[in-house]
Design a binder for this molecule. Structure first.
Ligand code: C2E
Ligand code: CA
Ligand code: CA
Length: 692
């Protein structure tokens, strides 16, 4: 307390004259003062507010090097008092106002520049005007070693909060910083912690270890803060009894930054849901909880059906809005303890725990479908949002998280491919199908490298003249073991895996070559090739098709691209633009398998359609009047599109078509698909026949 000192001239260090003490014990005030003056302990009263000494006994005058009490009282202690001393005095004043406590501290005074080390016991004393003043009892503290003195000083000035508690948790000592932070000086060690479970855990650790360090939330006079706390087992220096020594530093800012960083790393920024990284950790916990408590954990994988379309047609803002909407609906429906996570893109995961007695552990999936059965408002407009859900039950459908996720994924895959049942539980057969697909995929990759594909051609003929007026190129796979494999057995997997892009490139190249070759042979007929929707959404497809005439000298006007109705229904982004550009490059656009898709025909006239192929299933319809075929034919006339009837197997069918204005047909009646050479032969024979 150097600030309390002022350089003073020396006082005579004489004791007051001895006084007689009345034997009846009736001691008057003067006598009390003279007794005080005989004490070897400095006693003084300090006025917090005025920052002046109010009273001091003789020993105190000696310590402060004061001439007289008047001189000491006249000193303005506040004039050169440092901010930290001022703060500490205010703290004492508050402590004494709130609690009847006393503190013992070691002070160093510097009267006349000479260090005077005192052991000071401080307590509060009320003035008769009601204010709280400081009562000090100071004793010279000569026996202290310099190191101890310094450490005592350090203890008082440090911002580290240091406190000592008895073994049963009662407070024994708090340094200035600990007192300043404390809301209640009587607060026990246990009550110090907000998280009681953590407090118990810490005590458990301390029963085995001498020291422990952790970060915990504590209540301070600045509200809830995060402290890094070190607790050490020790002995109270005064009683020798076991005690706990705590040192604490405030790490709130650091903790919050860390928490924020952790939150950002573990949550999806768009929806606020857990992300994939964090999910794994949480699922492991859930699995353990389920295992320990004999519960069923159900994992749902949820995928939006037309998300890509929303993103592509309405823009990314609408796509984001949709994801946020789905995320909040999922959170609404899920219980507080359920995990709701976004796996990325438009895929979500929900994990729910239920008891084995629960009649429907899969209720959530159905509830979810129901919640999305009605249109959702996206950017102010009602839209239907389709969901597909695949789910698994732990422990029935898998034992570890990876396996459960794989199986849920298989179930989701199944749900995606089904029209009605959109919430599917994993079944063993799905794994078998997937395994088959995987090996087929590998085989296809090999086949592409080994060039095992070839094209067959199926003639398209005139229903009247029965002359060949075109042909459709149909893909075949010459498999080294399986023989000739039909496209139905591998095209779906090629589409799913994206390999169709590479295979399709090969097909278009070969059709173009064939077209040039037929031209050279003077037997040219228009050719058709099948284009899968997947190819249309491949950005490279268009440029390849545009370059094809330059590269192969083919005539694009003589090539038809057969696409399915689904392309026109909005599943493919930028379908319209792509088709327009293909048409601009000279190709004809033909709708394949017409009539098998959605029966909404209104979209047709919006697209640049040159032809329609009536699906072969309608050929059976001819025997019973052919109403649908007639309808399609009139529609084609309205659209100014050419028509090819597919799958014509009987003479009756062909005659009916001819009579009803359908000029072209394709089917086993005329010819099965045949190898390239055979098709060339057919064309040459036709030319020869005509010449005769
Ligand atoms: P699609 O485009 O509808 O082709 C017509 C299919 O009907 C061919 O089967 C053909 O052999 C068969 N067919 C022709 N006439 C008749 C008939 O009178 N009766 C019956 N029952 N069937 C007949 P294929 O060659 O097995 O091809 C099956 C499908 O594979 C094709 O159906 C097409 O969707 C796809 N595909 C074929 N080649 C390619 C290709 O190069 N690329 C793509 N993406 N798909 C292809
Ligand atoms: Ca076709
Ligand atoms: Ca067809």
């Amino acid at each position: 307390m150097s600030d309390l000192s002022l350089s003073q001239r020396a006082t005579e260090k004489k004791k007051a004259a001895p006084a007689f003490v009345p034997a009846d014990g009736k001691i008057d005030q003067d006598l009390i003062f003279s007794i005080y003056d005989r004490l070897d302990t400095g006693v003084w009263i300090f006025d917090f507010d005025e920052k002046r000494m109010l009273w001091a006994n003789r020993k105190a005058l000696e310590i402060t090097d004061a001439d007289s009490l008047e001189e000491l009282r006249s000193r303005d202690m506040g004039s050169d008092m440092s901010h930290s001393v001022e703060q500490r005095l205010r703290q004492y004043q508050q402590d004494f106002t709130k609690h009847d406590v006393s503190f013992s501290e070691i002070w160093t005074l510097y009267p006349k520049g000479k260090a005077e080390v005192l052991q000071v016991v401080m307590s509060g004393i009320r003035l008769n005007d009601g204010r709280m003043a400081l009562l000090c009892e100071g004793r010279p503290h000569h026996e202290q070693q310099p190191e101890t003195l310094r450490s005592a000083e350090a203890l008082m000035h440090t911002t580290v909060m240091i406190s000592l508690f008895s073994e049963d948790g009662n407070p024994l000592y708090r340094n200035t910083a600990a007192r300043a932070a404390s809301t209640d000086l009587e607060c026990t060690l246990w009550d110090h912690f907000i998280d009681k479970a953590l407090a118990r855990k810490v005590m458990g650790v301390l029963s085995e270890k001498a020291t422990t360090k952790f970060v915990a939330e504590v209540l301070t006079c600045d509200g809830l803060r995060w402290h890094e706390i070190t607790i050490r087992r020790c002995h109270d220096a005064v009683t020798g009894k076991p005690a706990f020594l705590l040192s604490e530093i405030d790490v709130t800012e650091l903790h919050q930054t860390k928490e924020r960083a952790q939150y950002l790393a573990s949550h999806d920024a768009l929806t606020g849901l857990s992300n994939r990284t964090y999910l794994k950790e949480r699922l492991l916990q859930v699995r353990q909880t389920a295992q320990e408590n004999d519960l069923i954990a159900t994992l749902y994988l949820v995928d939006l059906d037309d998300f890509k379309m929303v993103n592509d047609t309405l823009g990314h803002a609408a796509g984001d809005h949709l994801l946020q909407l789905v995320a909040s609906r999922l959170k609404e429906l899920a219980g507080n303890n359920d995990i709701v996570a976004r796996l990325g893109g438009d895929e979500f995961l929900i994990c729910h725990l239920s008891s084995p007695e629960s009649p429907r552990p899969d209720w959530f999936g159905q509830a979810l479908l129901q919640a999305f059965a009605t249109p959702q408002m996206i950017e102010g407009k009602p839209r239907h949002v389709g969901l597909s859900i695949g789910y698994v039950h732990y422990p029935m459908d898998g034992s570890d998280i990876d396996e459960l996720m794989r199986h849920a994924d298989l179930a989701l895959y199944q749900a995606k491919s089904e029209r009605k049942n959109k919430c599917v539980r994993y079944k063993e057969f799905m794994r078998k199908i997937r395994d088959k697909h995987l090996s087929l995929k590998k085989d296809l990759e090999r086949a592409i490298r080994a060039n095992e594909f070839l094209l067959y051609y199926q003639p398209i003929a005139c229903t009247r003249s029965q002359r060949i007026v075109g042909a459709e190129a149909l893909l075949r796979w010459q498999h080294p073991e399986r023989g000739l494999v039909s496209p139905d057995d591998f095209v779906p997997v090629a589409e799913e895996t994206g390999l169709i892009n590479e295979i399709g490139t090969w097909v278009s190249r070969n059709v173009a070559d064939m077209q040039s070759r037929l031209k050279l042979l003077d037997v040219s007929v228009p050719l058709s090739m099948n284009v899968s929707p997947k190819q249309l959404s491949d950005p490279k497809f268009l440029s390849r098709m545009e370059n094809l005439p330059k590269e192969t000298a083919c005539n694009a006007n003589e090539i038809s691209l057969e696409i399915t109705e689904s392309v026109l229904l909005g599943d493919i982004p930028h379908a319209y633009e792509t088709l327009m550009k293909l048409k601009a490059a000279g190709y004809r656009i033909v709708i394949d398998d017409f009539g098998t898709g959605y029966s909404n025909l209104a979209y047709l006239h919006n697209y640049p359609i040159d032809g329609i192929k009536i699906d072969r299933m309608f050929m059976n319809d001819i025997a019973t009047g052919g109403a649908i075929v007639r309808l399609i034919l009139s529609l084609a006339t309205a659209l100014d599109a050419t028509v090819v009837a597919e799958g014509v197997e009987t003479v009756e069918q062909r005659s009916w078509l001819s009579e009803n204005g359908c000029n072209r047909f394709q089917g086993f009646l005329y010819s099965k698909p045949v190898p390239e050479e055979q098709f060339v032969d057919m064309l040459q024979a036709q030319i020869r026949a005509a010449a005769m």
